[in-house]
Ligand binder design. Structure first.
Ligand code: CAA
Length: 261
């Protein structure tokens, strides 16, 4: 595979793609080349039929301390608007159809918090720090923070965080449901994410893809349309081989051997 400057890419467990942000000198600040590398690695995992789920993490000190402030400080409106600055980031969520788990240790600030929230499942370690400090820089969150944080923890808490720039601790993140689990240590957090990814990857990729699609729809649709959408997708799965394999194996008291078809 290709070698990267700002990320490390591996497949440490069966079916699991693993990406570690690796720009330690800048606390994994998300400069454009890093985002392009991340997009490229995710694209490769998306098309790799052996990969069933992906884990994204940073280092013990920082998941990512935000967009690269030094890179963007001199941008003009015309450059930001004209080049759709930050839009390439949203690619991450729209093109990755496989489940993505983000494992957060240390700082997840600004764009780092927003990137973490693009994960389908978020885990964190005990020293994780979440925040949207953009107001301190004279701006606002620009990669989905105002929308995803509000959906995740509610309006009043999100307003407080975004308007004060104050951080959210791992404990609060756990209590408020921003993350699915708070682990005892940073290594436990990454290991936990890899174990969950391995479990997901052991199922039918067709079913996992459909699970992700229907849950994500709940973020955009009202309950009625959401349930109708879910039912159509559910019905559609009776056209898959893996539905016959999964239900057949249950009835025969056997272990299913998925075909991903
Ligand atoms: N962009 C560019 N460089 C960054 C950075 C960022 N977001 N965050 C940290 N760095 C760099 C620092 O400039 C420093 O580099 P030098 O050694 O060359 O000076 C290096 O990383 C280490 O950082 P500190 O010395 O500041 O480390 P610290 O432990 O004292 O503080 C910190 C850590 C509290 C995270 C602090 O670095 C900080 O406040 N960083 C900025 C956080 C922030 O404002 N993020 C939001 C960015 S805006 C954004 O993300 C917009 C958006 O919505 C997309």
């Amino acid at each position: 595979g290709r070698t990267f400057e700002y990320i490390k890419v591996s497949t440490p467990k069966p079916g699991v793609g693993f990406i570690e942000l690796n720009r330690p000198k800048a606390l994994n600040a998300l400069c454009t080349p890093l985002i392009l590398e991340l997009n490229s690695a995710l694209r490769t995992f998306q098309s790799d039929t052996a990969v069933g789920a992906v884990v994204l993490t940073g280092s013990e000190r920082a998941f990512a301390a935000g967009a690269d402030i030094k890179e963007m400080k001199d941008l003009s409106f015309a450059q930001a608007y004209g080049n759709d600055f930050i839009e390439s980031w949203s690619d991450l969520v729209t093109f990755l159809k496989k489940p993505l788990i983000t494992a957060v240790n240390g700082y997840a600030l600004g764009g780092g918090c927003e990137l973490a929230m693009m994960g389908d499942i978020m885990y964190c370690g005990p020293k994780a720090v979440f925040g949207q400090p953009e107001i301190k820089l004279g701006v606002i969150p620009g990669a989905g923070g105002s929308q995803r944080l509000t959906k995740a923890i509610g309006k009043s808490r999100a307003m407080e965080c975004i308007l004060t720039g104050d951080n959210i601790t791992a404990e609060q993140a756990g209590e408020w449901g921003l993350v699915a689990k708070v682990f005892e240590g940073p290594q436990e957090c990454v290991d936990g994410a890899l174990a969950t990814a391995e479990k997901i990857a052991s199922y039918s990729q067709i079913a996992a893809k459909a699970c992700k699609e229907v849950v994500n729809k709940s973020q955009d649709l009202g309950i009625r349309e959401g349930i109708e959408f879910e039912r159509r997708v559910f019905h559609g799965l009776f056209g898959s081989q893996d539905q016959k394999i999964g239900m057949g194996a249950f009835a025969a008291k056997q272990k299913p051997e998925w075909t991903n078809e």
